[in-house]
Design a protein around this ligand. Structure first.
Ligand SMILES: Nc1nc2c(ncn2[C@@H]2O[C@H](COP(=O)(O)OP(=O)(O)OP(=O)(O)O)[C@@H](O)[C@H]2O)c(=O)[nH]1
Ligand SMILES: [Mg+2]
Length: 302
């Protein structure tokens, strides 16, 4: 027994201490993850070794909003290089989100739904260099969150600590909203996005002088996904949001200084297949990214 205690004490003493890039907790790395928020140690290490403050960006949205497809497609475009932006994936998770999404789309499938267990999330870390200058870089650091986990966190804050910590550290946030559901299924999407915005506002409340009178400075891009099947969203995203997401529009106006609406799609068209048991599956017909990089460009200009 005393041998065991001595061994573990020695192990702790010899282990390397890390400050988590997501929640700031200092911990000994035994598992490759922060024991509080599950952020991979590899990301904390890379960020700590580099000069300059990291600029984070995170992607949020309900289950099925299109987060995994969007992130996979964005990473693919950035790593190929587009509009003066060049992405460099900094870990294998980033490559695998990109690879799984692109492989699935090429086989005319959409990627699998993300599991709710936070230790299975893929934490993306892609360093994006812009305007070809050495120190003009932006880190996309975000787990590919499961929408159901975000939803639970909104109901019971603290249940998924990574959500709050990432928002606290982010330079800007992308909120993905399914444009087809917004158009066809009433106010549920509006209510969900509204809850998410009020959570963002509570985490990033202005502090100091006249705080109660000031709006939050966190830039928010509201990204209407799947606009291949909702051309009215693509035509004029802000107008579409004003009519179909009235709660979101008013809330942003009242509480946020800097926001913008975008519409995106990853595929040119998709069809619904119904099998013999009545289960439906969406089949993407071909890859045709539209508007994917624009929200990111907007954020970089902030
Ligand atoms: N038509 C169309 N459908 C899309 C597009 N992107 C996603 N979808 C559909 O939306 C579904 C959900 O997309 P995901 O990216 O898995 O959604 P998610 O937000 O990651 O969902 P969770 O993992 O549950 O949080 C896909 O299976 C497709 O059916 C798109 O650009 N166009
Ligand atoms: Mg997902």
């Amino acid at each position: 027994m005393s041998d065991q205690v001595m061994t573990s004490t020695r192990f702790l003493n010899e282990g390397t201490k890390f400050e988590c890039v997501c929640c700031g907790q200092v911990y000994f790395d035994h598992t490759g993850h922060c024991n509080h928020c599950q952020a991979p140690t590899s990301i904390s290490r890379v960020v700590a070794e580099r000069d300059g403050k990291p600029k984070f960006l995170c992607v949020l949205g309900a289950s099925g909003a299109g987060k995994t497809v969007y992130l996979g497609m964005l990473l693919d475009m950035l790593t190929k290089g587009t509009k003066g932006l060049q992405g460099l994936p900094n870990n294998s998770f980033s490559v695998s989100v990109q690879q799984q999404t692109m492989n699935a789309l090429e086989r005319r499938r959409f990627p699998e739904k993300t599991a709710t267990e936070s230790d299975t999330w893929k934490w993306i870390h892609c360093e994006v260099n812009y305007r070809k200058k050495k120190d003009n870089f932006f880190d996309i650091i975000t787990p590919d969150f499961a929408g159901e986990a975000i939803s639970e966190e909104l109901e019971n804050p603290g249940q998924y600590p990574a959500v709050g910590h990432i928002i606290r550290r982010s330079q800007a946030v992308l909120v993905l909203v399914d444009s087809i559901r917004v158009r066809d299924l009433g106010r549920d999407e509006d209510f969900f996005a509204l809850k998410l915005l009020s959570y963002l506002e509570s985490v990033r409340k202005p502090t100091g002088k006249n705080a109660a009178k000031r709006k939050t400075d966190l830039p928010v891009a509201i990204v209407l996904t799947k606009s291949d099947a909702c051309p009215e969203a693509m035509q004029d995203p802000a107008e579409f949001a004003r009519h179909n997401l009235p709660g979101v529009d008013q809330y942003l106006n009242r509480h946020f200084n800097d926001y913008q609406f975008f519409a995106v799609s990853a595929v040119g068209a998709s069809v619904s297949l119904v099998d013999a048991h009545g289960r439906t599956e969406q089949i993407p017909m071909h890859i045709e990214p539209l508007g994917i990089v624009e929200p990111f460009e907007w954020i970089i200009k902030r």
